[in-house]
Design a binder for this molecule. Sequence first.
Ligand SMILES: C[S@@+](CC[C@H](N)C(=O)[O-])C[C@H]1O[C@@H](n2cnc3c(N)ncnc32)[C@H](O)[C@@H]1O
Length: 285
Amino acid sequence: MKADRASNLVCPLCAEQLAGTEKQLVCSRGHNFDIARQGYINLLPVQHKRSRHPGDSKAMVVARTQFLDSGVYQPIAERLCDVVSGLIDTSADNNLLDAGCGEGYYFDYLLDKLVSAEGDGSLCFTGIDISKEAIIAAARRNKLITWLVASNRQPPVADESIDLILCMFGFMSVEGFARVLKPDGKLLLVDPGEEHLKELRSVIYRDDKEDEAASAAVEIDGFTELATERLTFTDVTIDQMQIENLLTMTPHMFRASREGKLAASRLQQLDLTVDVVFRVLEKQL
Ligand SMILES: C[S@@+](CC[C@H](N)C(=O)[O-])C[C@H]1O[C@@H](n2cnc3c(N)ncnc32)[C@H](O)[C@@H]1O
């Protein structure tokens, strides 16, 4: 399959189509957006921001990049490829959106695998994240993907232009996702299962009350669940650096007590359970 650039971007200020040159995108009303030298585009207007630097910080992005590049979560990326391969049509044009793509590990891995698939269809990948630091890192990973600083609440792509949205360990926006998905479009949610990182959680939390793992199995208005599968593996031991990176890149960093984090920082290594739930949903007509 071949990879194509996104042609469905819209202006975050007036929703008119964006078109442009190597350096800039412009809408018919004259709103213009520079293409950064790293290749990404900032389509997050200040009025869509709830803080000065929304989303993950640079430290979180660096920690996630180091952790993911160490390969611990590669089985998740591989399963992602299997699930997505079953959802796309290799003889058609496929528009995919990674909503809350972070520093781009999974989308990069997926595109790399899918371009070598047989078929004369195309793959148009757009990754969005509200964190500029995350998008800068993502732009380094893959030049064939359109990377945007943007919010899941208002993805700056045309209505009903996306075939499949990935939302991995991310922030779901029902309205934002429903607007941009095609009528039969799919949503793939990847979230932690009950056992996910249980060994780390038992070190950093004193009791179950502190450790309130979110349930992946909630119903989502306007979507019908088509399939669920779980990926669990336990053959992982991580070292001190990986423990620190894992803590820094997850919400546990904010939730865990000072004592909990101190206990984790004293560990030399940790056996880990990875438990992840893949849910495929379809937009209701
Ligand atoms: C836990 S990280 C997951 C990143 C990536 N999906 C992964 O699995 O490696 C959540 C990401 O969502 C981003 N985020 C938070 N709120 C967002 C929003 N409203 N719109 C888009 N991205 C958002 C954060 O900046 C962060 O990169």
